[in-house]
Design a protein around this ligand. Structure first.
Ligand code: PBG
Ligand code: ZN
Length: 320
């Protein structure tokens, strides 16, 4: 008899562990944290069960939970009370994210704080940049605002910035603004291949950032395209990104895989809100075993991601 006996190496957990190709560590996980204005707030986000809106004075609670779970990096999103055409709260030195950065770093200096840089949570129209009279997002004009946001985060003590706006030339613009302000050691994680995706639905509800008209297809990528993602990533690297990202993750494993094989760069994948919601609902309703969550994260790592941003970070880390 000669055929492949793959089962020889599956007979018990010891040998399965010995030949295991992919592992997930707490150190691979980044937890998104939503900060709101006001005081005394820790409200569960209905579209992201088990995740909360925190006001600054209660942020220490999520930091404690992260430390207890062994998750040492967070990605901050701010939801301001006041929105306007140019998203001025985004670059206010005492804006909601700037205050959150100072609060977290004062409470726990070794918590690694990453700031999402974008305008959609701050603009009255919900788009990721500055609009012209026709409602088109003006690329180069937007860059100036993104620079102000990044520098204000840097002044507040951020550890890394992660621009999610998908404007052309944004990495170069942010790198030069940070360097000029004396922050040449502050790293940038580019949301390099970010697709215009229906998987962002629960996030937009959580962050009150849905566009009031139209969609994001003139700046985010078209999900029919994979090769284009390689061009976007190459551009980000050329412009000075320190880490590249593919977003969403589970429906874009081909893109993660190709990026990991094409570029010798640290690679992040964002398991976005809609991916979280699908799995969460299936598990909560008893349709799937909770192990599906770890399975999904392993798949993302197997495709080549070094790190994963996920709303499951705390619950998964507790189980590792
Ligand atoms: C803001 C931003 C979005 C997400 C991260 N940063 C939403 C969007 O682009 O509309 C999505 C995150 C998620 O769905 O979990 N530009
Ligand atoms: Zn945005």
């Amino acid at each position: 008899m000669s055929f492949y006996r793959g089962r020889r190496l599956r007979s018990n957990a010891v040998i399965r562990n010995l030949i295991k190709e992919t592992t997930l560590h707490k150190e691979d996980l980044i937890y998104p944290v939503f900060v709101v204005e006001g005081t005394g707030i820790r409200n569960e986000i209905s579209s992201l069960p088990g995740n909360y809106h925190y006001s600054c004075d209660r942020l220490h609670e999520v930091v404690d939970e992260m430390n207890a779970a062994g998750v040492k990096a967070c990605l901050l999103f701010g939801i301001p009370d006041h929105k306007d055409e140019v998203g001025s709260e985004a670059y206010h030195d005492h804006g909601v994210v700037q205050n959150a950065i100072r609060t977290i770093k004062a409470y726990c200096p070794d918590m690694y704080v990453i700031g999402d840089v974008c305008m959609c949570e701050y603009t009255s129209h919900g788009h990721c940049g500055i609009l012209d009279e026709c409602g088109y997002v003006k690329n180069d004009e937007t860059l100036k605002y993104l620079q102000k946001i990044a520098v204000s985060y840097a002044k507040a003590g951020i550890d890394m910035i992660a621009p999610s706006d998908m404007m052309d030339g944004h990495i170069q613009a942010l790198r030069s603004a940070l360097d000029e302000a004396g922050y040449e050691t502050l790293p940038i994680m580019g949301y390099s291949a970010k697709y215009a995706s229906a998987y962002y639905g629960p996030f937009r509800e959580a962050a009150h950032s849905a566009p009031s008209f139209g969609d994001r297809k003139t700046y985010q990528m078209d999900y029919h395209n994979g090769k284009e993602a390689m061009r976007e990533i190459a551009a980000d690297i050329e412009e000075g990104a320190d880490i590249i990202m593919v977003k969403p993750a589970m429906a874009y494993l081909d893109v993660i895989k190709e990026a990991s094989e094409t570029f010798n760069m640290p690679l992040c994948a964002y398991q976005v809100s809609g991916e979280f919601a699908m799995l969460k609902m299936a598990v909560t309703n008893g349709l799937m075993n909770p192990s599906v969550i770890e399975e999904s994260l392993i798949a993302i790592k197997r495709a080549g991601a070094d790190m994963i941003i996920t709303y499951f970070a705390l619950e998964v880390a507790r189980g590792l």
